[in-house]
Design a protein around this ligand. Sequence first.
Ligand code: ADP
Length: 498
Amino acid sequence: MNILMATSEAVPFAKTGGMADVCGTLPVELARLGHHTTLILPAYRQVRAAGLPIEPTGVHFDVAIGSKTVSGSFLKSRLPEGDVPVYLVENDHYYNRGGLYQEDGEDYRDNCERYVFFCRAVLEAVRLLDLQVDVLHANDWQTGLVPAYLKLEYAAVPEYERIGSLLTIHNMAYQGVFWHWDMLLTGLDWKYFNWQQMEFFGNLNLLKTGLAFADRLNTVSPRYAEEIQTAPLGCGLEGVLQNRRGALSGIVNGVDYREWDPSIDKHLAEKFTPESVATGKAACKAALQRELGLPEEPRVPLVAFVGRLADQKGLDLLAATVNDWVKTHDVQWAILGTGDPQYEEQFAMLAQRFPNRVAARLEFSNALAHQFEAGADMFVMPSRYEPCGLNQLYSLKYGTVPIVRATGGLVDTITPVDDKTLADGTATGFAFGDYSAVALAKALQRACDAYVQPEVWSRIMATGMQQDWSWATSARKYVELYEATAARVRRGLVAGNA
Ligand code: ADP
């Protein structure tokens, strides 16, 4: 298969979130399976600073943005691994800026225009760079117009008529909503500005546009694919997703085990394998306790959280539980994250008041993230919603038992401890359903009860460490999805009849 993956970010070129990991890693795995992927993304300032070789192609193009004609050109690079070509859409006015989407917490006011330009450039790239494409793979709202342009403007052009489109939803909460006059920038007829296609409560919605026009839709876990078909997780687009449920599926993201494997992890005080986890984790735990200024107590459970300090992550539940437990339970807490000042303040305060029980590092540190995963006994993710989640997958590999809210990808990747799963050796973590501090505390208590039974605990750890959540499995599922997308186009089906 030949895939053109259009994305607004991909590692190692530009990253603000998990989508960049998917788009930078999946093409390499697809290449291993014999499929050819080409990546295309904007030539942001970050991309140029990434230090990878970039050369001009000499190919320039003009596209219509509203009543203007805007010019750009294509630069060429490659992913560091595999044989994956990367085209960068150059237009300094749009992309040579301090951030990808915003600066100082303020979205760029011309974001709609910047991504209209990018989507038009993607379609032009197929023709001008003579790319052979079976499936155009769009990602999130920034590329929501790609399936629409393909269907409405290019479908009858010979080079395009056999191309299918897939849109991956990485997070329903970000939709690219702009005021209705930005419809003029898209160049599409106002007749598409209706409640089933591009309009959303009087505004233009670019994610909705993609959901309406793509041949196939997927998201980053099967459970999240279900959840977004109803409120509140559909974020207002549940109706559109229900209409298209026949075209919607879920594929869990993979882990990059070259980066996240305790047996080769250069950030750890001591590397360990499933065989040496007892001594290795003890050394990493002691090192982490020293690093964080917590008492070096080997038998006191150490519970970690790493992530964005955002409402999505369930930090109100966590803060309430830590606040209760510091007075009643012999447990240590380690928090690593940045984000909402309200949570930063709460955890900083807890750490200050209870320095022997709580440590809060309010920074972004990859090395510390690895050390938290390796040194902790338990990893807590009380997420309100979680499209896929990566930290629970890292935790499994590091023998750190996840305690998760049963939502999204956390349901698809963690097998909760109960009598049956303990007996048949499939249990990997603890889960709770209700979004409440009481439910979280109960799950934590069950984990602490298991922790003091070394046989039970080491069995749960061992089961987790044996799991394989590598990209190889997920990439095979993407190949099946690409094949289904292309077959759908060959059969001449139209998106509206999903
Ligand atoms: P999301 O994409 O919703 O932020 P994921 O669990 O899918 O959540 O991925 C988050 C990634 O970002 C993980 O690799 C995690 O280790 C990393 N991360 C988040 N916050 C920090 C931080 N403060 N320091 C280091 N790594 C972090």
